[in-house]
Design a protein around this ligand. Structure first.
Ligand code: G4P
Length: 533
């Protein structure tokens, strides 16, 4: 095998998707412990706690190191180099979260067994489905009295439109939680309440009729497990890795992250089942990781909050070939080549300068304003990777300059921060100077204001506006599109790339407009119509 191929086969790049409080931080911490990347439980947690409040978030941004190193965490496990991307789920939820998913090859979905499928998970799952990203599911908090496991699986199938394939099955729940049964290898994993389960007690049973089962979990739970397994084997086809890789079916595991129960088994399955770095679609062609020439794309830009230093870090996902330090690479959008001097890798809490990187890796490039989100670097070929779209904002505000003496700084800051992806800016059709902001998370508004003040010495004020739903619109017939836009000027905005966006305050109203205008197509992201300016 060539060096490139063997490096590709080592890589595993994934993100955790979940609703706040489902247990993402707890699981991340356990994964890092198993990977030897951290040694003290609580290291991740303390980072998260300080992130909860806005003022702390800002402080953390200023300190830089923390948030950068927690955006990507790398560790080694059983011969695989695992890259785990952070997808903020708390107050700092923003478009960054969605974009992060474009840089991974699979996702781990964490669901709270008490609450079931929740809103944020639903939103992130839509993005995974768009790209057919394979999803592995962990149903957490089995030590609490939660929903019935069958009901939870039904919810996942119905609400997330992905088929489920249970790999483990819980024995009891809450106070009666005794462990899980692995349906594939007939092993019992026994749970001891209130303990960090390292190692977990495992017992192999010859079949479900083995009396050892009754001995270990009690006759009543053993009977229930037998009934459950009979039922689920009738309802769900057996697990097929190809279905998972195609994003059609999700293998499901049950456990309790807090008690460290089921997490190691999850990681074992993740490292054997999850896909290697996958080919990525560019406008021009599909780019495979095995191609000898390097290519990659920028999916996140992290700006320095220190106003004296305008440098930023661009996060680049390596798609193909080998990336080497101090090499000239071609920046497709500008048509210029430049040298990558000090690329960094993100291993656990540290940043380190690297000499090379391989497909699946995420590297940080020092940036003095060259990069925009979505930019591609290659060895000379003009390809532009797809999949870094803008997502339909859910919160809108009209914005105005709050300090008349700083008009120029205000516009400059607003434009630059929109390019960086901090917020989306739209203009109104007949009032091109009136700006409307769109964000997916409230915190983006706070960040924008604070950065205008700190970095541009400008200020802004927001006013509420009557919009909650946005769709990018297009039509095969430009005349029909123009007629529609002219007839709906109050509801149509223009994004920074010149695309039209239809906005409304009710799903019902949008549906009616869609029905009445079948020649107009409505999209939840800009992906389908981006002109890639
Ligand atoms: P998040 O990152 O998805 O928001 O979730 P996080 O890991 O912070 O977990 C949210 C809460 O759920 C935490 O409690 C955590 O201890 C708890 N938790 C996580 N896994 C389990 C589990 O398997 N069983 C039970 N019973 N609880 C679990 P908290 O009280 O909010 O925080 P803390 O005081 O424990 O730090």
């Amino acid at each position: 095998m060539t060096e490139l191929l063997s490096e590709i086969h080592k890589r595993l790049t994934f993100a955790i998707i979940s609703h706040p409080d489902a247990g993402k931080t707890t699981i991340t911490e356990k994964l890092l412990l198993f990977g030897g990347a951290i040694h003290i439980a609580g290291a991740v947690k303390s980072g998260k706690t300080s992130r909860a409040a806005i003022s702390d978030f800002m402080k953390m941004e200023q300190e830089r190191g923390i948030s950068i190193s927690t955006s990507v965490m790398g560790f080694e496990y059983k011969g695989r180099k695992v890259n785990l991307l952070d997808t903020p789920g708390h107050a700092d939820f923003s478009e960054d979260t969605y974009r992060g998913l474009s840089a991974v090859d699979s996702a781990l979905m964490v669901i709270d067994s008490v609450k079931g499928v929740e809103e944020r998970t639903r939103q992130l799952c839509v993005v995974c489905r768009m790209r057919a990203t394979p999803i592995m599911t962990f149903i957490n908090k089995l030590d609490r009295e939660g929903k019935d496991p069958m009901e939870l699986l039904d919810e996942v199938e119905k609400e997330l439109a992905v088929q489920v394939r249970p790999i483990t099955w819980p024995i009891g729940q809450g106070k009666l939680f005794k462990g899980v049964y692995n349906l594939l290898d007939h092993t019992l994993y026994l749970f001891r309440p209130g303990e960090d389960q390292l190692p977990v007690d495992t017992v192999s049973i010859s079949s479900l009729s083995d009396p050892l089962l009754d001995e270990k979990v009690g006759a009543s739970l053993a009977r229930k497990l037998r009934d459950d397994v009979e039922m689920i084997s009738g309802v769900y086809p057996s697990f097929d890795r190809d279905e998972y890789i195609r994003g059609e079916a999700t293998p499901v595991f049950f456990g309790s992250a807090l008690n460290n129960f089921g997490v190691r088994e999850l990681l074992d399955h993740l490292t054997t089942l999850a896909p290697y770095p996958t080919p990525k679609e560019a406008e021009e062609r599909l780019v495979a990781p095995e191609e000898s020439k390097f290519s990659g794309f920028v999916f996140k830009i992290h700006a320095n909050m220190n106003p004296r230093h305008r440098d930023r870090i661009a996060f680049l996902r390596v798609v193909s070939g080998k990336f080497e330090r101090n090499t000239m690479y071609y920046h497709v959008r500008s048509g210029k080549s430049f040298r990558t001097a000090n690329p960094t890798a993100f291993m656990s809490q540290d940043r380190e300068i690297i000499d090379e990187a391989w497909p699946g890796d995420i590297i940080g490039l020092h940036d003095t304003g060259t990069f925009k989100i979505g930019d591609t670097l290659t060895e000379g070929e003009s390809v532009s990777f797809k999949g870094i779209p803008s997502f339909a904002p859910q919160i809108f505000r009209s914005i105005r300059n709050a300090d008349p003496l700083k008009e120029k700084q205000y516009h400059k800051g607003l434009d630059q921060l929109a390019e960086e992806g901090v917020v989306q800016i739209f203009s109104k059709i007949h009032q091109p100077n009136a700006r409307v902001l769109g964000v997916v998370g409230q915190l983006q508004l706070e960040v924008l204001k604070s950065r205008l003040i700190n970095e541009y010495a400008a200020d802004c004020a927001y006013e509420p506006i009557d919009m909650t739903i946005a769709h990018w619109i297009t039509s095969d017939d430009p005349k029909i599109l123009k007629t529609f836009v002219d007839a709906n000027t109050r509801h149509v905005l223009v994004d920074i790339r010149g695309n039209f966006v239809y906005v409304s305050d009710s799903e019902w109203a949008v549906n009616r407009v869609r029905q009445n205008n079948p020649a107009i197509r409505f999209y939840a992201t800009s992906e389908m119509i981006d002109k890639r300016a």
